[in-house]
Design a protein around this ligand. Structure first.
Ligand SMILES: Nc1ncnc2c1ncn2[C@@H]1O[C@H](COP(=O)(O)OP(=O)(O)OP(=O)(O)O)[C@@H](O)[C@H]1O
Ligand SMILES: [Mg+2]
Length: 407
């Protein structure tokens, strides 16, 4: 059975997973090995120092190889950062065959036509996520091939990425002597690890709060409709605690993970926590509520920014499947309550689903991106050729296929 490998280049940690599909019938993924090392050379989701990043990737790969006994030759990587941009678009073509049956060529043409948007010269297309197709007056068609009509229309969500950022990713991975199979937007990968088809139909907003960024993706009526990256994450919460409580970053990280919470009103106002002494001074006590207020303020900012972007997306339907939270910060106590209060939809914390093997080690909200990359790969590999749309961003020359989702 063929192995697949995922590299999650995060602002806090780099994670490498080696997995395989246990059998053709199963849609689960078996995790054979993992490597996890502190991130290096990355800021707000993007590589800023190729050499440092490359060295850390090598270490994580080595760990995953030792654990799995598999030599990693190629991998798929996540793509995140402020350089990501997205836009919805439509394409229309006349159905070409004599008998007016939609062929895969028609689908290719309509998807290509939908990409006829103005893309800045420093950006290139990363994903074309198809939402639905319309044939003549019939809308909401998922797979149009074989259906009859005269006019085929496609609605797509196009994600573009900065050419320099993609090139840096490519260089960092390639210099570990790993062939890059492709890149998956982080939010898309995270969503893949826990969203069901039904969630996507009902409407769901995925919020992945990591260390340096918060990755967002909204699905409605089965397809992606909106995606964005906010340049704030858990590292900012730690910085705020460090400044607010006058403690070093390591101590602030400890306080966040061990005494942190998201909703100050839920915290006992008399509860105290011990802060380690700085520069030889004795330790001191502060009210836990004070620390939680600092955390809450930053999380509120993330959720308020989400609401503003969400409003700009002109999405006016309900999120019947609610808000799904993941990323390391989703482990902060009561985060669902705060998300619900600020954004106004019921919210849940998500863990990667359908995993076997070392599932206990990766069953955490912070592993949704890396597990999701494996699952995304697996799902795309299972698509028949006629369902694949092949488009190769020039930056990933060796990339085999690039897919349209949901065909
Ligand atoms: N138990 C916990 N409680 C609170 N915060 C946590 C916990 N575990 C991890 N975190 C925080 O989650 C953040 C890291 O999340 P994650 O691993 O998802 O980020 P990343 O993928 O490396 O970065 P990014 O996606 O932003 O580039 C850190 O700020 C870390 O402090
Ligand atoms: Mg992440």
């Amino acid at each position: 059975m063929e192995h697949i490998c995922a590299i999650d280049i995060g602002s806090s940690l780099f994670r490498v997973l080696v997995g395989r599909q246990p059998s053709i019938q199963e849609n689960s993924i078996e995790i054979l090995g993992l490597g996890s090392v502190p991130s290096a050379g990355v800021k707000t989701g993007s590589i800023i120092n190729i050499e440092d990043a490359s060295q850390a990737i090598s270490e994580a790969i080595h760990e995953a190889e030792m654990m799995s006994g598999v030599t990693i030759e190629s991998a798929t990587v996540n793509v995140s950062g402020r350089h990501l941009q997205s836009e919805n678009s439509r394409g229309v073509v006349a159905i070409s065959s004599q008998d007016r049956t939609v062929s895969s060529e028609d689908v290719l043409r309509v998807i290509e036509g939908a990409q006829n948007i103005r893309i800045p010269s420093e950006q290139e297309v990363l994903h074309v996520l198809s939402k639905e197709f319309n044939i003549d007056e019939q809308d909401g068609i998922r797979d149009p091939i074989g259906m009859k009509g005269t006019r085929l229309e496609a609605e797509v969500h196009i994600v573009t990425a900065g050419i320099t950022s993609l090139s840096n990713l490519n260089k960092a991975v390639s210099s570990c002597e790993i062939q890059l199979d492709g890149g998956v937007m982080s939010s898309l990968a995270s969503a893949e690890s826990f969203l069901s088809r039904q969630d996507k139909e009902l409407g769901v907003l995925v919020i992945d709060i990591g260390g340096g960024v918060t990755d967002l993706i909204l699905y409605s009526e089965g397809g992606a409709l909106f995606s964005a990256v906010l340049p704030i994450g858990g590292i900012h919460i730690t910085q705020d605690l460090s400044i607010g409580l006058k403690i070093p970053m390591e101590a602030a990280e400890f306080v966040k993970k061990n005494y942190g919470s998201s909703y100050a009103a839920n915290v006992d106002p008399t509860e105290k926590i011990e802060l380690p002494g700085v520069s030889g001074r004795p330790s001191r006590h502060v009210l836990r509520q004070k620390a939680v207020e600092i955390i809450e303020a930053r999380l509120r900012e993330i959720f308020e920014m989400t609401v503003r972007l969400f409003a700009q997306s002109e999405y006016n339907k309900s999120l019947s499947a609610g808000i799904m939270l993941c990323g390391g910060c989703a482990l902060l106590e009561d985060i669902e309550d705060l998300a619900e209060e600020v954004i106004g939809f019921c919210s849940t914390v998500q863990y990667p689903r359908n995993i076997k093997g070392f599932s206990d080690q990766v069953s955490l909200p912070e592993f949704t991106t890396s597990v999701g990359i494996l699952q995304y790969n697996q799902r795309m590999n299972a698509l028949s050729n006629r369902q694949k749309y092949i488009s190769v961003p020039s930056i990933f020359q060796r990339l085999k296929t690039w897919f349209v989702e949901n065909l």
